[in-house]
Design a protein around this ligand. Structure first.
Ligand SMILES: Nc1ncnc2c1ncn2[C@@H]1O[C@H](COP(=O)(O)OP(=O)(O)OP(=O)(O)O)[C@@H](O)[C@H]1O
Ligand SMILES: [Mg+2]
Length: 234
């Protein structure tokens, strides 16, 4: 048992990590505990765990520096496999957000304008991430949080928060950015039925905020085509 999580409440059990809600120096926080994988060689497992935690902490900080919201990093313990992060109390995953919006607006292929705005916001933030040569590596609608709050003038303030950077890396290559987009598209279309046009809005916004959209989008189209051919061959 990891001593850090004695007083935490388990929020989520992923394939590689457990997420606990806890108090950290008077703040509500989450503990992301990467447990060891018994099927891996212990030395390799330790190396991989440390690499993922280091990459996650590094990319979370880099994103914050360029104005993309991510959880603040409160504490890192590589030997124990622990990352303590800011908890977004009022946020839901983009996945939950989309399902909720779909429930309210039951016309296949059409989406509420607020949802399109959220998606455009995601496209813009992702372009900012790629403009800084950060590759997320595991983009899905569960790894993006949406926080909607009422602003001081009664307006709706929406925050897009990127999480789960354990597979992230640093790269200038258009291919890596194109693959990042492709991974998101695959996850997006398989999780959210009739979302082709919605994803189209994300790509449109991405293009208008990307500093190198031509190269990236042509790689993305190429990877997509390769993926389709593979599916057709079987
Ligand atoms: N800072 C946070 N604030 C609020 N909720 C969070 C935060 N970080 C993670 N969560 C919640 O916990 C879930 C899992 O977190 P995360 O994606 O970082 O871990 P994971 O183990 O990699 O999950 P998976 O294996 O399912 O991808 C998120 O989808 C989200 O619901
Ligand atoms: Mg995740």
């Amino acid at each position: 048992m990891n001593p850090y999580v004695n007083h935490g409440v388990l929020l989520h059990q992923g394939a590689e990590a457990k997420i606990y809600k806890c108090e950290f120096l008077g703040r509500t926080a989450i503990i992301k505990f990467r447990f060891s994988k018994k099927y891996r060689h212990p030395e390799l497992d330790e190396k991989l765990t440390k690499k993922r935690i280091t990459q996650e902490a590094r990319s979370l900080l880099r994103c914050r520096n360029i104005g993309v919201q991510t959880p603040a990093v409160y504490f890192v313990d590589l030997d124990m496999g622990v990352l303590v992060l800011e908890y977004f109390d009022m946020a839901q995953t983009l996945k939950e957000h989309i399902f909720q919006a779909y429930e309210k607006y039951d016309t296949p292929g059409q989406y509420p304008p607020e949802l399109v705005q959220v998606i455009e916001n995601v496209g813009q933030k992702l372009a900012m991430i790629h403009n800084s040569d950060i590759i997320h590596g595991d983009l899905t609608s569960s790894n993006i949080l949406v926080e909607c709050q009422e602003g001081s003038e009664g307006n709706n303030v929406v925050k897009i928060i990127f999480i789960d950077f354990g597979l992230s890396s640093s790269s200038r290559l258009v291919e890596d950015k194109g693959v990042d987009l492709y991974v998101l598209e695959k996850a997006f279309l398989s999780t959210h039925p009739n979302s082709e046009n919605l994803f189209g809005a994300l790509i449109k916004s991405y293009k208008s905020h990307s500093t190198n959209c031509k190269g990236i989008i042509s790689k993305y189209e190429e990877v997509k085509l390769r993926g389709r051919k593979r599916t057709m061959v079987g």
